[in-house]
Design a protein around this ligand. Sequence first.
Ligand SMILES: C[S@@+](CC[C@H](N)C(=O)[O-])C[C@H]1O[C@@H](n2cnc3c(N)ncnc32)[C@H](O)[C@@H]1O
Ligand code: SF4
Length: 458
Amino acid sequence: MISINCQDKKFKKLLNDFLIFKFPQNFEIEEIFFDIEFINQICIFTIKYSNQEKIYKLKYAEKHSLLKVIKKIILIYFDGIVNYDKSFGILTGVRPLKLYRKIRKDNNLEACQRILKEDYLLRQADINILSEIYDNQKEIVDNSSIDGYSIYIHIPFCPSRCSYCSFDAMVIDEEIIDIYIEALLKELSSLKNYYNKKPKTIYIGGGTPSSIGWKRLEKIIDEVYKDYGFADEFTVECGRTDTFSSDLLRMLKEKGVDRISINPQSFNKEIIRNLNRDNTNFDFWYEEARNHNFKSINMDLIVGLPGENRDSIINSIKKVNDLEPDNITIHTLSLKKGSRLYDENFINDKDYWDVMEFSKKFMEENNYFPYYLYRQKRMALSGENIGYAKQGHICKYNVISMEEIEDILGFGISSSSKIMDKNHNFKRTFNYKSLNDYINRINDIILMKSSLIEKKDE
Ligand SMILES: C[S@@+](CC[C@H](N)C(=O)[O-])C[C@H]1O[C@@H](n2cnc3c(N)ncnc32)[C@H](O)[C@@H]1O
Ligand code: SF4
């Protein structure tokens, strides 16, 4: 067991969160003890492990940087002794690129890489992928502006609930869908006068937007065009082929949608069935979508699903590459509250470091370059999510939302909106997660969001 003795509860919690992230497998089994005492700007930090005791006297000015030092000491001390998650050194946040960009702003490439290695203990492989992604998304970041904005619309319905999923999504109910859409259209139209230019990107996500039927989806697309105008990029997450129809593809193409996704997650049929998911006629619908000439088609994979092994994952990576979609997103399984796997105590104990490294190399050899990356809590060891695209097929929305460089106006339940003020700080509002609250309190939501946009210039 890993335990910490520290009077400062906040400090203890921050260190505990870090340890859970880095030592998930060892948390329950090893006997590791940390003692932290603060005496007049000196911290006495003790590690006790396997009948050994090591004491460090650390001078500090403020506790934030002290915590960073302690994290480094722990990782260096246990390197080669205890197996822990070495990916991204002491960083545990969702967006490591943000730190990279911040450091790179004041340093040349060499100095930036040295800082990440020495101060944050990033491995060379992590630094390399961050450097590549930084270069690949630079044009989008450099072209961002304080009055640029994108629209996100959340459709919280799916044909069935996949057992790994914790997203705000519910199984389709025709009556509820119609009530939801009524509220959604109202929310869309009420904010139409707050930006006097068209959005840079529009993204309809979920859930599975295509599961509500093409006519309802068309109504939403018409409303967003009427209220906000055409965007440079329009994405609709279709995701599951059991929601596809020729009418759906025709309508999306006619309406000017240029990106859709068709997500296998894995090409191992039995694994998909066990996850309460249906990838019916996957190859057929992919070909149909190709015949409609969408500019970009994305496919999502998840590494680490129950029942998978290295060979089956590598097969899926090779198969997705054979199909040559324009964009491939490789996720590692994250076990979050709200998913059936979490409730069933599925244990994520495999380290897929070598599979992820294989995938990076394989993608590059096949002309897919990485352009966005994020991490989540409770991921498989060495986990990360990386979006790859062929030349000319980057999804701008993914970069804008992940790197937080422009406003996002979110609509629908559980969506969030991020509005940048003139000092480039973001203010956020979150729509209600419960359908009843969203529908009954739609006027409050509209008011909250409009007042945030009004304050943009203050
Ligand atoms: C917002 S979901 C919606 C996609 C769409 N409904 C579908 O199922 O194809 C986007 C992607 O997140 C990934 N995802 C969902 N749950 C995940 C989990 N627990 N761990 C890792 N990736 C996950 C999947 O690859 C999924 O395609
Ligand atoms: S993975 Fe997609 S289809 Fe499955 S429950 Fe989550 S949002 Fe719905």
